[in-house]
Design a protein around this ligand. Structure first.
Ligand code: PMP
Length: 360
């Protein structure tokens, strides 16, 4: 077998023990004489799994009892629309704090349903620092939305912004479960699964119960958080395999020591890589302000862009996958989600030092 260290931004690496266990259980799951993909989502076995996975997630993240946990589909992108549909009354505004490309997408999608107002943005500076402080929310807005970690630009909020009287909505797609989080500070947390949770196809929404009472806008049931909460996220057939596999990931995180242990490990991994970049004498560079640097996604550039194709070819051959930067930014990017072991990051920094020696 030649599994390599996979630095993909998403769909991203999954913990190897999880994949091994899924492999073992693939043909026959829990005495069902069928795989987990082949049984009814309304049957006893899958219902028990769904309950257990939710309980495990609640325990990991410390989700307070007055929050609903929804396992939906459509990705984080569908949430860009579903959030204003559910939380904003017709004609009501919503405030957005922008720190990169995904926040921009969120506000543009929301604009179909709500008067979306950008209250602060770092776009003019090329998205390399947090939006400048001093912004103010409109107290009449439906919510304040922000992107705690910008996957493309590698900009992360080191603190939770103060939303004043508004419910705070966070797109945690690329940072959920990477460290402890105070869920009670949020009205709504959402995340596509394919980075730190499980396979693509599942979208996690954690929403404070009082927000489920908001009428929002006219919409079909399938887009209604309240209807999904009443139906246990099973208004229709859910992505059962993704749900199952995410449950295995939650168990794996708990075995690693939970989110506090994950957080320490992730902080160390990020520090190792940033130190290698900053200590390269300018051969490599990351342009993000130090306080806003992401632990999960590290975009970086070679001093000579002509070396990029050699870097990608040689790193791939050395067992370091998917280091090409996002097309919007170019350069290189290493994503260091939970499933990336510290040894993978050291293998990358060793390769980088060797490459710099040979091409410097
Ligand atoms: N938000 C963030 C922060 C992301 O990183 C991504 C995907 N890379 C998305 C939203 C879009 O997610 P999806 O593809 O699940 O719709």
């Amino acid at each position: 077998m030649s599994r390599a260290y996979n630095f993909s931004a998403g769909p991203a690496a999954l913990p190897e023990p999880v994949l091994r266990r899924a492999g073992k259980e693939l043909l026959e799951w829990q005495g069902q004489r069928a795989s987990v993909m082949e049984v009814s989502h309304r049957g006893k076995a899958f219902s028990a799994l769904a309950e257990r996975v939710e309980a495990d997630l609640r325990a990991l993240l410390g989700v307070p009892d007055d929050y609903a946990v929804l396992f939906l589909q459509g990705g984080a992108t569908q949430q860009f629309a579903q959030i204003p549909l559910n939380l904003a009354a017709p004609g009501q505004g919503a405030d957005y704090l922008l720190s990169g490309a995904w926040g921009r997408k969120a506000v543009d999608e929301a604009a179909s349903y709500v008067s979306a107002r950008v209250i602060a943005s770092n776009e003019a500076d090329g998205c390399i620092d947090l939006p400048a402080a001093g912004w103010q929310v409109d107290p009449a807005a439906a919510y304040l939305h922000y992107t705690p970690n910008e996957t493309i630009h590698g900009v992360e909020f080191p603190h939770i912004p103060d939303p004043g009287p508004l419910p705070l909505v966070g797109d945690f797609s690329s940072t959920i479960l990477s460290r402890p989080l105070d869920v009670s500070r949020f009205g709504l947390i959402y995340a596509g699964a394919q980075k730190n949770i499980g396979p693509s196809g599942l979208t996690l929404v954690i929403v404070r119960s009082d927000l489920l009472d908001r009428a929002g806008q006219p919409k079909a049931n399938i887009f209604s958080y309240a209807a999904q909460a009443r139906a246990g996220s099973m208004l229709n057939t859910p992505p059962t395999f993704a749900w199952y596999l995410s449950g295995l990931v939650f168990e794996w995180i708990a075995e690693q020591g939970g989110l506090a242990a994950m957080g320490e490990r992730n902080r160390d991994k990020a520090q190792t890589l940033y130190a290698a970049i900053d200590g390269s004498g300018g051969f490599y560079a990351n342009h993000v302000a130090v306080a806003a640097r992401s632990w999960m996604n590290v975009p970086f550039f070679l001093h000579d862009p002509a070396l990029e194709s050699a870097f990608l070819r040689e790193s791939d051959a050395a067992g370091l996958l998917a280091l090409k930067g996002h097309r919007a930014l170019g350069g290189l990017r290493a994503s260091l989600y939970n499933a990336m072991p510290p040894e993978g990051v050291r293998a990358l920094t060793d390769f980088m030092a060797d490459f710099a020696r040979r091409h410097g």
